[in-house]
Ligand binder design. Structure first.
Ligand code: ATR
Length: 296
């Protein structure tokens, strides 16, 4: 469909954005659905962020994704935020009101993660004991989503203070939670009863494909499932090692697709073509194997 006077615009703001998978994923979805919409990458430096965000309404944009390093800095620039933003402490999607230009900050990462667990039939409930590796934004989204679903969570991170801060924040948000942190040197004890291990660190991400966040001298807990939010390569060393040890292991491509699908639905009001979006991402990852990219 040609770009014309009716074309609706969305996109992603981050630094850098050149290798993001989202333009390919969303533009393929628009094309498949016959929508006259386009998704454009917009690399924006930190010092230009307020001007860029406030200009979106004036330019008639319908929405944007926000990626590294701006996910937290955009929060005070929003007119309203959703509960998910309060919970996760980051915005990854903005909806722009057509008439007023007002900005609604949203977070589809937490929902994307939970939806992908469900899509992979990874059960999460009161009997689920999760070990989360890492304590950045992705860890916070995963921890919040899992705790809200009733699971008990242990956060382990290279810098224990950051794990502790996630735990404190979640404890202060929900009284009835089971969440604690453990030191990396105590990983063996902390992990033995885990039923689900979630890696939220970038360790193992291309080009660092021979690294794993799981230390070689620590055995995987028997019968656990491993979820790695890293999706490039599609099978990380962590996923390969876990499979070799007889565990079920899933990479993070689905989380990327579902957070994008959720943004698509927010902007267009239409059901996203999940399979098309996933296929395009897999294709890009397979064929563009030498090209690095950012995580949205
Ligand atoms: P995001 O917000 O996208 O989740 P992030 O804030 O960079 O990303 O968080 C990445 C997490 O992975 C951090 O908890 C980081 O550990 P520190 O808190 O100690 O910085 C962790 N991480 C990154 N590289 C790591 C490495 N080589 N080994 C272990 N942990 C690592």
């Amino acid at each position: 469909m040609a770009i014309d006077g009716q074309t609706q615009l969305v996109g992603v703001i981050g630094w850098p954005t050149a290798h993001s998978l989202s333009p390919a994923m969303h533009n393929a979805a628009f094309s498949y659905m016959g929508l006259n919409w386009r998704y454009v990458p917009m690399p924006v430096r930190r010092e230009h962020l307020p001007d860029a965000i406030h200009g979106l309404g004036a330019l008639g944009f319908r929405g944007i994704n926000v990626t590294v390093p701006h996910k937290v800095d955009v929060i005070p620039m929003m007119d309203t935020i959703t509960e998910a933003v309060t919970i996760v402490g980051a915005v990854n999607t903005i909806r722009i009101d057509r008439n007023t230009g007002k900005l609604e900050g949203m977070n589809t990462d937490m929902g994307g993660f939970l939806t992908d667990l469900a899509a992979n039939r990874i059960h999460v409930g009161k009997d689920t004991r999760v070990l989360i590796l890492g304590a950045g934004g992705a860890a916070r989204a995963a921890a919040a989503g899992l705790v809200r679903s009733g699971a008990s969570v242990i956060v382990v991170n290279r810098t224990p203070e950051k794990a502790e801060s996630i735990v404190r924040f979640i404890q202060s948000s929900w009284a009835q939670t089971s969440i604690e942190f453990a030191y990396m040197q105590n990983l063996f004890e902390a992990s033995q009863s885990a039923t689900l291990i979630v890696n939220t660190t970038p360790v193992g991400q291309w080009p660092d494909v021979d690294s794993s966040p799981w230390p070689e001298n620590v055995p995987f807990p028997k019968g656990a499932t491993v979820y790695d939010v890293v999706y490039r390569p599609l099978k990380t060393k962590l996923v390969r090692d876990a499979e070799a040890a007889g565990l079920r292991a899933v990479g993070g491509i689905g989380m990327l697709v579902y957070q994008g699908a959720s943004a698509f639905e927010v902007w267009t009001g239409k059901k996203p073509p999940i399979d098309v979006m996933k296929m395009i991402c897999m294709q890009q990852l397979g064929e563009g194997a030498e090209v690095p990219f950012s995580d949205t």
